[in-house]
Write a protein that binds this ligand. Structure first.
Ligand code: ZN
Length: 87
């Protein structure tokens, strides 16, 4: 699978991390560089908005944006449910 690399290395690393978890990366036009799609797109999953997370092309703080993307991926509730405290 080939896709253009993100110009910000922090974000590129976060995208690679997401892909390793099965997330799909799709390019977008406009302000967003692309979108991340959660592999577990169901009602249980609350990743971003409806399992879709926007990836900005030139965020003010790339490291911060990258961290935010990683957090969404790591907090994905689909599939594995290791943290069920409020069900
Ligand atoms: Zn998810």
């Amino acid at each position: 699978m080939t896709r253009p690399r993100h110009s910000k290395k922090d974000i590129e690393a976060a995208l690679a991390h997401a892909e390793a978890q099965g997330w799909r990366v799709e390019l977008a036009s406009g302000h967003a560089w692309g979108r991340l799609y959660c592999p577990h797109n169901d009602s249980e999953c609350r990743c971003g908005e409806f399992g879709i997370v926007s990836v900005w092309s030139t965020p003010k703080n790339p490291a911060n944006h990258a961290r935010q993307l990683r957090r969404v991926v790591d907090n994905c509730t689909g599939g594995t449910s290791s943290e069920e405290d409020e069900t």
